[in-house]
Design a protein around this ligand. Structure first.
Ligand SMILES: [Fe+2]
Length: 487
């Protein structure tokens, strides 16, 4: 009996070893030059928005009960959150009760309330409350609203900024509010993602007219609350947030978005909520706006130049950039729309060794090799992207599942810079293990199941350097030796 058990255990461990070896081998294969276009194209549901009376948009019970609750990071390093919610009928209290044990709220924070009009639509009362001075790596419970209409939620603060802090991010883009969107959201929530990096195009409310624009922003707020009330969503804006609608006399770009989805832009000395940076665990995350000026000398250009100088890879080894329009995209949809930003910022990404750039906009999935196209100039030089070890990996995750449907036509042949592409709905996760390694997955929505489809080990661009790796090893050995002698 014992021998049988030992054999089973050994067989299991051999199998595990084999699976791990294949995974590592595959990650090397991915580093090769053979791009792959997956033929798998599936949209589980038609690309139409979920009806407003569906329970996915359920209004919480109680008079004037807070709804559309969502949180985002509230400072530079993760010791604060901004909590937002809407009360539909009256302003009510703009107060958050919070603490570290359930139903026992030792602290309060006072926020502010605002509202806006969009054509003849009048928004509910939008509350925003900064809760700061939090402890790292701690679960907080919070309560908003009053009496029978009050509601309770919780969130977990990140670990202190530290080069080896492990952390799991989810990446979602172009979400919208269809049944495909719901599938993406539910699949993400079944994983263990701790914070969402959102790459633009939130509600697709701009596909509607007149009062329905505001109404669909409200339904989207209730839709994402199931995740966004419990963990921060790091926002970036897309073209569907612009909402330039002169026929309705609405001409202020990003108006609904800016009223509803605050960002901690002042903490990174940005002058505009549309571009900013945060540090979280071992990552420095830079959010850019594809639809604001970024050419030389403009505020976003100046801010990014200064922010990149502040990045300290000894403290935050992982440098991640979010934007809406991809710089490397081989889909017919939105082909080359990212060229203007690429021509301005790509050389900085190479110089500062950005690890990964996440974008959306194209309703399909695509991952690039590490390539750059910075040698081209208008009078001479290479015209084609070349392999570049200092370049980021560019990943497009615009496949959240909105009402515009999938972008199913990729350019043929697949360009050399494109490593893997597939026109299916899904989301990604980036699981940072330590300063040198992270595991990345793209999870396709496949018939109601989350199917990890594209995976690889991401080696850190800063700590992957041989000299630094050797130094770190030496340091660790010295540390281990020191421990041994004190015993
Ligand atoms: Fe877009």
């Amino acid at each position: 009996m014992f021998r049988v058990m030992v054999e089973v255990t050994m067989r299991k461990s051999r199998l595990l070893h084999l699976v791990f070896t294949v995974f590592v081998l595959l990650s090397f294969v991915n580093g090769g030059r053979a791009g792959m276009t997956s033929k798998f194209i599936r949209s589980e549901w038609p690309s139409i928005d979920i009806p407003l009376d569906n329970e996915a948009f359920a209004v919480p019970k109680g008079h004037n009960a807070p709804q559309q609750v969502h949180i985002t990071q509230g400072d530079y390093d993760g010791k604060a959150v901004i909590i937002s919610w809407v009360t539909p009928h009256e302003p009510g209290l703009s107060k958050v009760w919070y603490g570290t044990s359930q139903n026992k709220y030792d602290f309060t924070a006072e926020g502010k309330v605002t509202n806006y009009t969009f054509h003849k639509y009048k928004s509910g009362y939008i509350h925003q409350c900064l809760v700061d001075g939090l402890e790292y790596d701690t679960k907080y419970y919070y309560k908003i609203g009053s009496g029978d209409s009050s509601r309770e939620f919780w969130f977990q603060t990140p670990p202190k900024v530290d080069p080896d802090a492990s952390y799991k991010f989810g990446i979602i883009g172009d979400l919208g509010q269809t049944f495909n969107s719901l599938s993406t959201l539910e699949h993400y929530m079944h994983g263990e993602g701790q914070t969402v990096l959102f790459v633009g195009d939130l509600s697709y409310a701009d596909r509607y007219q007149f009062n329905d624009v505001g109404i669909r922003w409200d339904s989207w707020g209730r839709f994402v609350e199931r995740s966004a009330a419990y963990q921060p969503w790091i926002w970036s804006a897309g073209n569907h947030e612009i909402e330039f609608m002169p026929y309705m006399e609405e001409v202020i770009p990003f108006k609904s978005y800016l009223y509803r989805y605050p960002t901690p832009y002042l903490a990174s000395k940005s002058s505009n909520p549309l571009w900013y940076a945060i540090r979280r665990a071992s990552a420095h995350i830079i959010v850019l706006s594809s639809y604001s000026p970024f050419v030389k000398y403009t505020p976003q250009w100046v801010w990014l130049r200064d922010e990149l100088k502040k990045v300290d890879r000894e403290k935050t080894p992982w440098l991640i950039v979010l934007m809406h329009v991809p710089m490397y995209n081989s889909n017919e949809a939105h082909f080359m729309e990212g060229e203007s930003m690429r021509s301005v910022f790509e050389s900085w990404f190479i110089h500062y060794k950005v690890d990964v750039v996440f974008a959306g906009h194209v309703h399909a999935y695509e991952r690039s090799y590490r390539v750059s196209n910075i040698n081209y100039n208008i009078s001479s030089g290479d015209r084609y992207p070349v392999s570049d070890k200092s370049a980021p990996v560019y990943i497009t995750v615009g496949d959240g599942g909105n009402q515009e449907g999938l972008a199913g036509r990729f350019r043929d042949p697949q360009p050399d810079y494109s490593a893997f592409r597939e026109a299916s709905y899904g989301h990604s996760t980036l699981e940072i293990k330590n300063r040198s390694h992270a595991i990345y997955h793209w999870n396709r929505n496949d018939d109601g199941k989350k199917v990890p489809t594209d995976s690889f080990v991401l080696h850190n661009q800063y700590w992957g350097n041989n000299l630094r790796r050797r130094k770190l090893k030496k340091h660790n050995l010295r540390g281990a030796g020191g421990l041994a002698t004190t015993r």
